[in-house]
Design a protein around this ligand. Sequence first.
Ligand code: M6R
Length: 595
Amino acid sequence: MCGIVGYIGEKNAKDIIIAGLKTLEYRGYDSSGIAFVDNGKIDVYREVGRITNLEDLIKDVPIAHLGIGHTRWATHGKPSKENSHPHTSMNKMITLVHNGVIENYVEIKNDLVAKGYTFSSETDTEVIANYLEEEYKKTNDMKQAIVNMMNDLHGAYALGILCADQQDALYCVKNKTPMLAGVGTGFNMIGSDAMAMIKETNKFIEINDLEFLIVTKDKINIFDKEGNSINRDAFISNVNATDINLGTFPHYMLKEINEQPTVIRTLLSKYLCDGKLNIDQELYQQIEQADRLYIIASGTSMHAGLVGKYLIEELAKKPVEVHLGSEFGYHLPLISEKPLFIFITQSGETADSRVALQLVKQQGYKALTITNVEGSTLSREADYTLLLHAGPEIAVASTKAYVAQVTLLALLANALADNPIDMNLELNKVNVAIDDIISRKEQIEKLVKDKVITSRNCFYLGRNLDYYVALEAALKLKEISYIQTEGFASGELKHGTIALIEKGTPVIGLITQEKIALNTRSALQEVKAREATTIIIAQKKVANNDDDFIIENTHHLLSPLALVVVGQLIAYYAALLKGYDIDKPRNLAKSVTVE
Ligand code: M6R
C-alpha cells in the first residue's frame, strides 16, 4: 500500500523520484521520504504529510545520481517522521524503503537487539535495514546478504535498498508485493508501478516473487532467491504519460466520472466485433462450459461482481456466486463440478484477492482475472485476463473501473444468452443517460447541499439491481465524505434497521426496476413517516414528477451503469462541500497490497 521509486543514472535523481512519488501518492499519503548516496554517505530526508512537504524540505539538496523514495500508508506505527521511510541501519551502512508486512520481524528484532542493535522506530522495516547491515558486515557481499535475508524473512516485501559504500548500485527485492524495473538509456529505475516511471521510460522488466535485482545505470541484473542469474526480456507498456494528467478538472474523481462514456465506448470497440463477443476462444469455452461461476473481489469490484451475477443469471441462466476475497481466501465454499473463478480487480494487486487466487490455483482450478492493469500480479497469476481498458484510475474512490467492470460483465453475460440484447444500441443509450446526468451535475450538488451534507449518517435503499447500486453508492459516500452510510435492501429495513431512522436522516431511494418500484416507494413512505428526509432517484419509466432526480431510460439490466453515476456525484459533492481531500481520503490507499 506504500509506493516506491528508485533511480540510478545521469539525471538528477531527486527530481525524477519526486515526480514518480507524486504519481504513487494514491498508494499511501501519510508521510514520505527520500535517500541519496553520495561520497560514501547516505543522506535521508523524511516528512509527514503529502509529497509537497517533502519537496519543500529537499529543495536545496544538491544533485545526486542514485536515490530511493517512498510514500507511506502506515501499517506498523503511526504516521510520523520517525516511522517514515527510508529506514537506516544503526551504523548508517544501509538505507531502504519497504512496501509490505514482515511477519517474523519481532523474532529478527530480538536477535538483532541481542547483538547490540538499537532501533529508533516502531516499524518492521528498520529491522530489515539492521538485518542487512549485520549480514553485509559478515559477508562483505551485498548479494549474499540479500540471499540470506530472503531465506530468513517471512512476509510480503518490496524493497529498494542503498548501501553507503556503493555509489553505483541500487538493490531491489520483491515478494508478494508489486514492483517493476524501468529500463532506460544511461539510467535505470525501480517502481511500484509503471506510472511512477512512465515520464522517463515505457520499457519495463517484470520482477517475480522471491527475486532480487542489482541495478546499475547501464544494466539490470535479475537473480532468484539462491542468487542464480535470470534472463528476462523487457516489454513496452501502453500506459501513456498524458493519461495521468488532471487536465482542466479540479479532481481526478470528477475527471474519471466524466470519462465513463468513453470507457464504455472503448469496451464496445475492444470486445464487440460485428455484434459478437471478441475474446480468446479457449476462455470463452471455459466460461460457457462452467456449471457455476465464482466471482471473487473486494470493495467496489465486489459490488460490480454482484451486478455481474444478476446479469449472468438473468441473461445466461448460469449460476454465479460472489465472494469477498478476504473471506474466500480462508474458507473455500463447496465447489461445483466444473467451476470457473473470476477475479475482478481494478489494480490487479489486491492482496485479499491474491490469497484467494493462490488457493484456487493450488486446487487446480482455472481462473480469469478482469483487471484494469495489464501485467499486474493477479493478471499474471491467473490463466486468463480480460482488460478493462479504463485508463489509469487515480482517485482512491473507484468510479470508471466499476462502470468498466459492469460493462464487461454485461458483454460476457450477453454473449452466453439465448436471447441476447443489442449491446451496441443499449450501451449507447446508457451513454446518453450518463452524459445527461453529468450535464445536470449542479442539480445533484444542490440536492446534496439541501438534504445530505449536514448529516451524521445516511441510507441508500433499493431492491434487486438497485440494491447492488445502493451498496456501491453508499461505499462512495462514506469513503470520501466520511458520512456513515449504509446501502440497504429496502425490504429489509423494517426487520431492524428502521430503528436508526431519526428526524432528518437522509434516505436516498434508488428506483429503476419496474417490478420493485412500488416496493421501494413503500419503504420510503415508512421512513418518511419517521421523519426521515427522503431523496428519490428514479429512472424516467418509473419516476413520479416530484422525484428528486430523474434518469433517462436504459435497458433495465443496464440501469446500474447510469444510476451509479448519480451516487458517485452525490459522494463527490458531499466531500467537496465538506472541504475534504476528494482524491485522497483519510486512512485509505488505492491499491490494498497488504492483507
Ligand atoms: O483494485 P481492486 O479493484 O482490487 O480494489 C478493491 C477495493 O480496494 C476498491 O474497490 C476500494 O473499495 C475502492 N476504494 C472503492 O472506491
